[in-house]
Design a protein around this ligand. Structure first.
Ligand code: ASP
Length: 584
């Protein structure tokens, strides 16, 4: 028996008990006549004591020889500590050691295994197994497990069945590139790893499973943006005989369950906003509604004067920044430069100080009088003491730029409180999205999403105007889930493919299996998928999803611990009949 208790378990009520513990040596303090060792395992830290009066000199010597991260088993008696440590649960006791068994030695770890470590990101990733011994990482993984358990609990309580779908499949169109796997047995052919189990979960509905879920890995070969992982986890769900309302209801329930069980917060009905309104009011289809700073459209109150920049703009739009009237000239210049950075891309910014005395001072006083500026304040809901920031130009671009500014300022002003949770549904997404570069339309969600009733005809005349039965669940400015009611009719699905630029042959070759299945009594169905990594990190009140993944990849998609991806040897290439065409 390696242990009778864990290192986080013993209390003053255990005094006089004989115990055996196993764990890692966190630290040794040698005072000469007495040696203390902090022994750590997943559950906590227990102090071990060896002293001249009560411990043999051999044992004392043995204690002194223990290095950091040595793995030991100790047996001894629980005694009361003379100087108690109120900061840890075991702080009232220590174990007077009678026997030490060295289970394994350790090299000196490359960074300190403590809450605050001296190890940089790269080093911690290379030795991730040591990083996982640290409380912050360990606790995040335990937290993630707890969230997954609650998800399983809620969904199975609501009659969902967890079904596994294959990883070696054919392309699923979620808009990214596929990772591919060569098939040795089928020369020259490749599997694709699923970007999601989308087609399979729909086939499960045709198969009559009625309610499906899976906590599942998905793979997308995208150019890595910050905090994206090439493999990530979804809570993937599908239901038959449902309308949008049923899905929103069920998964609002799941989200509430998680917020209540995990965070202890109760939230009433989630607000809903259409995609168009989200774009108009927040310039963003995943608005953070923990704070206001809503957009005020100013065309009508700006385009009647001689200010050419505004007059030629498709959209003039502003936000009120709480307390911003007190910004110094230097701070304001910095803000203008911030919106002009290539990442944001604004050409410039007009601003108005709404002074505490009710007067206005703007960068465009030459064109606009106090009465004009008062109207801007009214529309942006600015109060005395605020700053009004105004951008103008092409409507879509300007909205995106102002949204970036809104989020940045909210961050700086501390308005994005990680302990506040503001979920909402964004509904009525466009079915199609215009690719600016190619001029082609592609599915905004995916090609299996159904258009809103009665809008199929619009596909011919005004494809961009067609709205979909598609919805996103947004939490604190992040999309945590998205889904749609699907097409379940073969004819409609082929029309959809036609509009997406597939020839009938291409559609049949890629998705014939699904369209064939639709001919055998496919029920109306729909679903949603949540990004588990992101959901867990938001619930955990942290920004980066990497911190909640046991073995994440870095920003270049590499696992630096196992050193993957890596070249494969010639023999393996030969077996796969693959020839590489790259310079060595
Ligand atoms: N498969 C979709 C996705 O990965 C989710 C869904 O439509 O259910 O975004």
């Amino acid at each position: 028996m390696y242990r009778s208790h864990t290192c986080g378990e013993l209390r003053e009520s255990d005094i006089n008990t004989k115990v055996t513990l196993s764990g890692w040596v966190q630290k040794t303090r040698d005072k000469g006549f007495v040696v203390w060792v902090d022994l750590r395992d997943r559950y906590g830290i227990t102090q071990l004591v060896f002293d001249e009066d009560r411990t043999s000199s051999k044992l004392l010597e043995q204690a002194r020889s223990l290095g950091r991260e040595y793995v030991v088993q100790v047996t001894g008696e629980v005694i009361e500590r003379t100087s108690k440590n109120p900061n840890i649960p075991t702080g009232g006791i220590e174990v007077l050691v009678e026997e030490v068994i060295l289970l394994n030695k350790s090299k000196t770890p490359p960074f300190t295994i403590e809450n605050e470590t001296d190890g940089g990101e790269d080093l911690r990733m290379k030795y991730r197994y040591l990083d996982i011994r640290r409380n912050p990482v360990k606790n995040n993984l335990i937290f993630r497990s707890k969230v997954s358990m609650e998800v399983r609990k809620y969904l199975s309580d609501h009659s969902f069945v967890e079904v596994e779908t294959p990883y070696l499949i054919k392309s699923t169109p979620e808009g990214a590139r596929d990772f591919v796997v060569p098939s040795r047995m089928n020369e020259g052919q490749f599997y694709a790893l699923p970007q999601s189990p989308q087609t399979f979960k729909q086939l499960l509905m045709v198969g009559g499973m009625d309610k499906y879920f899976q906590i599942v890995k998905c793979f997308r070969d995208e150019d890595l943006r910050a905090d994206r992982q090439p493999e990530f986890t979804q809570i993937d769900c599908e239901m038959a005989f449902v309308e949008q309302e049923d899905i929103l209801d069920t998964f609002e329930g799941l989200t509430k369950h998680l917020l209540k069980e995990i965070k202890g917060v109760e939230i009433s009905a989630f607000p809903r906003i259409t995609y168009d309104d989200a774009m108009r009011i927040y310039g963003n289809d995943k608005p953070d509604i923990r704070f206001g700073m809503e957009f005020g459209e100013l065309n009508a109150v700006t385009q009647h004067k001689d200010f050419g920049v505004f007059n030629s703009a498709e959209l003039v739009v502003g936000i009120a920044v709480p307390g911003g009237a007190s910004y110094t000239r230097k701070e304001l210049d910095a803000l203008v430069n911030w919106v002009k950075r290539p990442q944001v891309g604004a050409k410039g910014m007009v601003y108005v100080k709404y002074n505490e005395d009710g007067s206005f001072k703007s960068t465009v006083d030459k064109f606009y009088d106090q009465e004009d500026l008062a109207k801007w304040a009214e529309i942006t809901e600015a109060k005395p003491g605020d700053l009004i920031c105004v951008l103008s130009g092409d409507a879509n671009k300007t909205r995106t730029q102002l949204s970036a500014l809104r989020m940045e300022l909210a961050e700086r002003l501390g308005l994005r409180n990680p302990n506040e949770f503001a979920p909402l549904w964004v509904i009525d997404f466009p079915l199609l999205e215009l690719d600016e570069e190619t001029g082609n339309y592609h599915a905004m969600h995916h090609p299996f999403t159904s258009p809103k009733p009665g809008q199929l005809e619009l596909l011919e005349t005004d494809p961009g105007a067609v709205r979909a039965n598609a919805y996103d669940l947004v939490l604190n400015g992040n999309e945590i889930g998205g889904g749609s009611i699907r097409i379940h009719d073969r004819e409609v699905q082929s029309t959809m493919f036609k509009h997406l630029g597939f020839t009938p042959e291409e559609a049949q070759a890629q998705f014939g299996f699904l369209m064939d299945a639709f001919q055998y009594g496919a029920p109306p169905h729909g679903g949603i998928a949540f990004g588990l990594d992101r959901l867990v990190s938001i619930l955990g009140g942290q920004e980066t999803i990497r911190d909640f993944i046991a073995f994440p990849k870095n920003n270049s998609g590499r696992d630096v611990m196992i050193d993957a991806p890596a070249a494969i040897d010639q023999e393996q290439l030969n077996e796969l009949k693959l020839k590489l065409d790259i310079e060595a």
